[in-house]
Design a binder for this molecule. Structure first.
Ligand code: THG
Length: 267
């Protein structure tokens, strides 16, 4: 399972301010805290700064890697911004994200082809956001085939079927979960990924919804999550769900987490 720490995102007020005043220490602390909590990749997103996004993304990549040595998940809809951020990135980054939208696909495939980069493939096309399992599968099928044909190994592809808020349509939870199951079954060796917290948008007690949904998605085969790794109950849920889903030989990871006191938090 791959954990991407979501907290360095300029849609969050404190982070936007830290970026605006170039407060290195503030950003570095959020990066280090997430790495120590178990994040494998640190998401960096400066999307609210129109015009300055590439420059700010480069700055974020540099200081996050200085502080943690961890790889970044470069989060932007703009292929140019992703490419500029990659130029200063050390090691194997994750691209967040490519999609079937023509501009994104055509500009990012040459960047990723023939490299070790990991890539999140959003189930989105120029026809818009999919809602049903069938719509997601159709997009995933084209995306995966086109990426593999372009010399991108299936093991480096993380399909994101797109979580939408349950408050806006009661089917959005189950359609997402069934999409994870269908994609995992249909494409051997593929990975899946999602920004989980969209599910709880507009509802109270969001943490609880996110924690519960994570467990349901892991049972369907989800193996990558963009989350707040500082949420200890979320992290404990993820590890336990992996074990219960049959993906932890002899419960070794569970026992290791227990011994490392990962299950000690306020209930
Ligand atoms: N898929 C992919 N990338 C993504 C998303 C996705 N990147 C952005 C987003 N969705 C995931 N990242 C975040 C970052 C911050 C927040 C939500 C998603 C956020 N956090 C609130 C805060 O910190 O103030 C609190 C949320 C909560 O209550 O838990 O808003 O879907 N590929």
């Amino acid at each position: 399972m791959i954990i991407v720490g979501e907290l360095i995102n300029a849609s969050r007020k404190g982070i936007a301010e830290a970026i605006r005043i170039q407060d290195e220490e503030a950003v570095k602390k959020v990066a280090v805290d997430q790495k120590e909590a178990g994040a494998d990749f640190i998401d960096v997103n400066a999307g609210v700064f129109v015009g300055k996004e590439p420059e700010y993304l480069q700055w974020l990549v540099k200081i996050v890697q200085e502080a943690t040595g961890a790889p970044c998940c470069i989060d932007s809809p703009d292929p140019q911004a992703i490419q500029e951020a990659l130029a200063v990135h050390k090691g194997t980054a994750m691209i967040n994200s490519i999609s079937l939208e023509k501009n994104r696909f055509d500009r990012l495939v040459p960047v990723v082809a023939g490299t070790d980069l990991k890539v999140i493939a959003l189930c989105m096309s120029d026809e818009g956001m999919p809602e049903t399992v069938e719509q997601r599968l159709r997009i995933a099928d084209r995306l995966i085939n086109d990426l593999v044909q372009n010399n991108i190994p299936i093991d480096n592809i993380y399909v994101d079927p797109l979580v939408q808020p349950i408050a806006t349509n009661k089917i959005f939870g189950i359609e997402f979960l069934n999409a994870i199951e269908a994609i995992t079954k249909e494409f051997k060796g593929i990975h899946t990924m999602c920004g989980l917290s969209n599910i709880s948008f507009g509802l109270p007690n969001r943490k609880y919804i996110n924690q519960t949904f994570a467990v349901m998605a892991i049972a369907k085969g989800l193996d990558g999550l963009i989350i707040n790794p500082l949420d200890k109950r979320m992290m404990a849920n993820l590890m336990t769900a992996e074990t219960l889903a049959g993906r932890d030989d002899y419960c070794m990871d569970y026992l290791k987490a227990y011994r490392a006191k990962k299950f000690e938090f306020e209930s």
